[in-house]
Write a protein that binds this ligand. Structure first.
Ligand code: GDP
Ligand code: IMO
Ligand code: MG
Length: 425
């Protein structure tokens, strides 16, 4: 019995897609368990660069089954575009991709509500990707949502019309002008619904639990990051699902005692898209340099990502909430040629030094306390072996490991599948 988790430990975009793709041949099944097309997971191999939003990142491996689990919310229009984007790879998608009948559907009006809600918040906006994520999860927990299984039922159209009517009233109450055409969105939506119908729609909890009994290996792929978790993130500047390990149990229907390894992915520095607190954010030329060299622009929205130093207080918090058993450090190549690197090891709030991630981090003036590391000059993007990495980077990595007390088992030195160093520690 074996189900491993792969999760982002920061504010998303840690490089989850790259690692799922790189290790996918070790697994029979890859399953997404939460989030929706707010995610953008980038995969690079053989000169291709591909961004996935809803489809799990194991899709480029012919031998693994990919499952969109019950905890995911699906936008049919975006899903159709994703499917079309994969055409050139000749993947047998009907064989390799299954969708949970319990997954909820993002309606065109959910996206309009998202846009109205953000517009009404003014300066306090969340910085949502505007994919309708929050409103769809609200309808799910409000017990009004529409699930994938509903679209093959006769009552589907009336369910859709009823919910749409309700949404239109809500939208008119917002009294906000948004630039979205309902007609256009609906035309893409209904085309997407037909596309979803052509797939294997399954009770994925049943499928996965049977697979576990048969001894199959499963990898659950997280979206977003722990600091965007609805309960443990920097609320309200978060997404609307549980991005942490508990979300994999509810988002796939597998029990906690089936989970084996929990792989936490983090960047050698920190980024965040959208609003909300970010204690180690850089507003200087080093921050700009990290953005330029690391191509830190959103894979879903194209927005600039905010960049800053590695925050070990936040990382340790995420490791604890998730029960991380192994770490993967990403994008250390981006830090090459910066003379001096800073790493945050505690915060000072109201004159007091603290070493935990506080509940009220949004409203407090947080001063990060740093320790300093010597940088390295060497270009490491072609390094294949840990022994060829600069001593300064090894020192940086060793310090992180000793601080958080979890081993770093993989070092990523570039976006390509092959730019990955596996450590045998
Ligand atoms: P995800 O959402 O966690 O899958 O991450 P994204 O795909 O949104 O963002 C990660 C970005 O960094 C993508 O453009 C990746 O191609 C790229 N990337 C991943 N790992 C590395 C790495 O080790 N070095 C560099 N330079 N880029 C990387
Ligand atoms: P991946 O899986 C980075 C952020 C948004 C916003 C907040 C709420 O690629 O790591 P939402 O659209 O969920 O209502 O937005 O969460 N956000 C992400 N940031 N990576 C993501 O996904 C994100 N998904 C949502 O920018 O701040
Ligand atoms: Mg991303």
């Amino acid at each position: 019995m074996s189900l491993d988790l792969l999760l982002g430990l920061q504010w998303g975009d840690e490089g989850k897609g790259k690692i799922v793709d790189a290790i996918t041949s070790n697994y029979d099944i890859i399953a997404r368990f939460q989030g929706g097309p707010n995610a953008g997971h980038t995969i690079e191999f053989d000169g291709h660069k591909h961004v996935l939003h809803t489809i799990p990142s194991g899709i480029f491996n012919d031998n693994s089954i990919n499952i969109i689990g019950n905890g995911v919310v699906i936008d049919p229009g975006i899903f159709l575009k994703e499917i079309n984007g994969l055409n050139k790879f000749n993947i047998d998608l009907n064989k390799n991709l299954f969708i949970s009948k319990r997954a909820h559907i993002i309606l065109p009006t959910h996206k309009i509500i998202d846009a109205c809600s953000e517009a009404s918040k003014g300066k306090k906006k969340i910085g949502s990707t505007l994919k309708g994520i929050g409103p769809t999860y609200m309808d799910k927990t409000g017990r009004n949502g529409i699930r994938v299984g509903d679209i093959i039922d006769d009552s589907w159209q009336s369910k859709y019309d009823n919910l749409k009517e309700k949404h239109l009233k809500l939208i008119s109450n917002f009294n906000q002008k948004v630039e979205l055409s309902l007609d256009q969105l609906e035309s893409e939506f209904f085309e997407g619904i037909e596309c979803i119908k052509s797939f294997n729609l399954i009770e994925s909890e049943n499928y996965l639990n049977n697979a576990i009994i048969e001894g199959k290996k499963i990898l659950a792929e997280g979206a977003q990051g722990s600091l965007l978790d609805i309960d443990f993130g920097t609320y309200p500047y978060v997404t609307s699902s549980n991005t942490t390990s508990a979300g994999a149990c509810s988002g796939l229907g597998v029990a906690p005692n089936k989970i084996k390894n929990i792989r936490g992915i983090f960047k050698a520095y920190t980024t965040r898209v959208g609003s909300g607190p970010f204690p180690t954010e850089l507003f200087d030329s080093i921050g700009e340099r990290i953005r330029d060299v690391g191509h830190e622009y959103g894979a879903t929205t194209g927005r600039d990502r905010r960049c800053g130093w590695l925050d070990l207080v936040a990382l340790k918090y995420s490791i604890q909430i998730n029960g991380v058993t192994e770490l993967n450090i990403m994008k250390s190549d981006v830090l090459s040629s910066i003379d001096k690197l800073l790493v945050c090891t505690s915060y000072t709030i109201d004159g007091e030094e603290i070493n935990f991630f506080p509940y009220d981090i949004n409203s407090k003036d947080v001063t990060p306390n740093y320790i300093e590391f010597k940088g390295w000059d060497q270009d490491i993007t072609n390094v294949k072996n840990e022994d060829d990495l600069p001593d300064e980077l090894i020192e940086y990595i060793n310090y992180i490991e000793s601080f958080v007390e979890v081993p770093i088992k993989l070092i990523s030195v570039g976006p390509d599948r092959k730019q990955t160093i596996y450590r045998n520690k």
